[in-house]
Design a protein around this ligand. Sequence first.
Ligand SMILES: [Zn+2]
Length: 266
Amino acid sequence: MNWIDTHTHTYDPAPGQGSAAECVERALAAGVCKQIQGGVDLASIKPIWELCERYPGVVYPTIGLHPTEVKEDYAQVLEKIYAELASKNPSSPQQGRGRYVAVGEIGMDLYWDKTFVREQEEALRLQLGWAKEFRIPVVLHVRNAFEECWHILKQAQDGSLRGVFHCYSGSLEQARRVLELGFHFGIGGVLTFKNAKLPEIVKSVPLDSLVLETDSPYLAPVPYRGKPNESAYVPLVGEKLAGCLGLSLQQVAEATTANAKALFGL
Ligand SMILES: [Zn+2]
C-alpha cells in the first residue's frame, strides 16, 4: 500500500526523533512513499532542500511565509521568498523534480495574535498570486480566521486557484464553502482524537476532496497523541478514515494517494 503525507515538517524533527533522514526512512518502511515539506519562512528553505536532494521522488518542497511569521518586515521577506520560488520554478507549467510543488504554508492565524491582521491579509493575497503565476497549488494554514481567508480566496479564485486547507478544522457549513472554492481538505491526526467533529465532516464531503497529512512533529494521531508526530503515522490516519467511511484500507490508500498526486503534480 502506498501513502502520501501532503504536509509535514520532517526537515525539523523533534527531540528524540533522530535525524530527518531517519524519519524519512521510517516513513518509507511504513509505506509512506512521498512526503511534502511545509515551508514556513526563509530559514526553512535550506533544510528542506537538503532533504529533497537526498530523497528525490520521495521528498518534495513547498515555499511560503507562514501567517504567524508575518511581521513588520514581511514585504522584504516576501521579496526574497519570491526570488527563490522564481529561481526554482520554470515559467512553463512542466512537471518535474527540483521545483516547488506548492506555495505554502500560507494563510491567516488569528488565534494568538491579531497585531498583524492587515499584513497577514496582504501576504496571503500576494502569495495566492504566485500560485497562479507558477500554476501550482497552495497549502493553507487557517486558524481562527476562516471568514477572513475565505473572502480573500473567493476574490482570488478565477478558476485556476487550487489547494488544500491543511489540518482542516472548520465546521460542516464551512466545508461546503471549501468545496465551492474547489479546494481539498488535509486530514491528519485530529481525525483520531476523541470528540473530534472531523469524522462527521469527512463523511459529508466527496472522497476525491480528501488528502492525508501529519503536520509532524505536531498533532500525532492516537495512540501517539501528545508525542512527536512523524510521516510514518499516516497509515494510522488512513485506518481511521477507512473506518469512518466504511471503506477498506486499500481503497483509502489508493484514493488519497491519487488525490495527492493529481493536486500536487507528483
Ligand atoms: Zn505545518
